[in-house]
Design a protein around this ligand. Structure first.
Ligand SMILES: [Zn+2]
Length: 443
């Protein structure tokens, strides 16, 4: 075997954390022995007692913004940050890059931009916008993992939202080839009639993106999924009010999944200072009681996955000069920090690293149909995160690998340090890009 990893602590699946020895050959896991076994390997990696071997995390919600807005992030910086955070697979969102990934030609442009530049594995989402229903099949065949749509203005004019009829039409089309629709679920009419977001008061911004707008849009998604038979996924759930709606739809057997993000599980509206636009995201970070209900949703299994929604921008676009929440770009930069951010909160609530692996590796991989990612098991890619869960650090945004030094987590103390990250059996150093571009059904 090329590599043998001997770990006193490893999360090998099914809720277990224990000693394990992992054998790797040709980039795949070929042996998983319980306990510390003497497997022969060209290289033997002995982990410390303070380290836990995890499968590399799978983050299905990343805005790389390249090509077109690479000054916001870019493939090299995004994938170096991912690796530094223990993430070995990302799936890139179809918008904020130019052109948006709304047809096969645009996907080709993006794949060309990414080729030879990525330090972790990268897959791509397609986009569903008004007028491109006829392009969805070709994009699906070209290997995207599913399609994203908005139900209100996306923040960029070149990626317009679907109205109710547009959503239904796109879902009907996707149902014919069993593709997944992922939805930014806030209702445009509800947001339009909500109070104005402008000014530096976080309370006013929160009031401009009410829970009701999310709840209503999620109801529309559920009804449209029921009528069309398409698989649908609710992105970045913030409103805990929607949990019973989602649970009810699933109890009925609808193919509906839902994600939330580290920022909704970490921060509270009460603690966000006025003018602190690094916390602006849509839907917004809500009250402390809402945060606890989202954690309960994870415990209950209503929420499937935790993914970053890494949506960075340049410092100028956060408008720290005015602190105006209405003008600032909405998006939180966190790709490198998801694991320690979640572990910090999860451990306080009695969850285990096996829970975190389920939310951040196993289920995201399964949700997009990856059969070789997200588990420490024979036949899977040898993607590893070596994690020291009891080591603490304070986030220094200037030291992160993200392109721009802006993050809501700056100066936060977090628990858990990623000591090393391994992609298909080789340590990711950030020097030579060895990541692959993934296509659906082939990873
Ligand atoms: Zn997003």
């Amino acid at each position: 075997m090329d590599l043998v990893v001997r770990a006193a602590r490893a999360v090998t699946g099914q809720g277990a954390e224990g000693p394990a020895t992992i054998g790797v050959d040709g980039g795949r896991i070929v042996a998983v022995e319980p306990g510390l076994a003497d497997l022969p390997g060209d290289t033997v990696l002995e982990l410390g007692e303070d380290e836990v071997l995890l499968p590399g995390l799978v983050d299905t919600h990343v805005h790389v913004n390249d090509p077109g807005r690479a000054e916001w992030e870019g493939f090299e910086t995004a994938t170096r940050a991912a690796a530094a955070g223990g993430v070995t697979t990302i799936v890139d969102m179809p918008l904020n890059s130019l052109p948006p990934t709304v047809d096969a030609a645009a996907l080709e442009v993006k794949r060309k931009a990414a080729g030879g530049r990525v330090h972790v594995d990268v897959g791509f989402w397609g986009g569903a916008i008004p007028g491109n229903t006829g392009d969805l099949r070709e994009l699906h065949d070209a290997g995207v993992f599913g399609f994203k749509c908005f139900l209100l203005h996306s923040g960029v004019d070149e990626f317009p939202p679907l109205d109710a009829a547009g959503l239904e039409g796109a879902l009907r089309e996707l149902a014919t080839f069993d593709a997944l629709m992922i939805v930014h679920a806030e209702d445009s009419h509800a947001i339009e009639s909500a109070p104005d977001p402008h000014g530096e008061k976080y309370r006013d911004f929160l009031g401009s993106r009410p829970r009701g707008a999310e709840n209503l849009a999620i109801t529309h998604v559920i009804e449209a999924a029921r009528r069309t038979g398409a698989r649908a996924h609710v992105l970045h759930l913030s409103s805990s009010d929607a949990l019973p709606l989602i649970a009810s739809a699933r109890a009925e057997g609808l193919p509906l999944s839902v994600e939330t993000c580290p920022h909704y599980l970490s921060f509270t509206a009460e603690e966000i200072r006025d003018g602190a636009t690094q916390f602006k995201c849509c839907p917004p970070i809500r009250e402390a009681a809402n945060r606890e209900l989202l954690w309960q949703g994870l415990a209950d299994g209503v929420i499937d996955t935790i993914v970053s929604d890494h949506s960075p921008c340049t410092p100028e676009l956060k408008r720290f000069d005015t602190g105006d929440f209405g003008l600032a770009w909405g998006g939180i930069s966190s790709l490198q920090l998801g694991l320690p951010a979640i572990w910090t909160q999860a451990r306080q609530r009695g969850f285990s690293l096996a829970d975190v692996v389920r939310w951040m590796a196993e289920r995201p991989a399964a949700q997009v149909g990856m059969t070789r990612k997200g588990h420490l098991a024979v036949g899977y890619d040898a993607d590893f995160c070596v994690f020291a869960p009891d080591e603490a650090f304070v986030v220094d945004v200037a030291k992160l690998k993200h392109r721009n030094p802006v993050s809501a987590y700056d100066q936060r103390p977090l628990a858990g340090v990623v000591r090393s990250t391994w992609l298909r059996g080789s340590r990711v150093t950030g020097d030579e890009p060895r990541g692959a571009l993934l296509t659906r059904g082939n990873c």
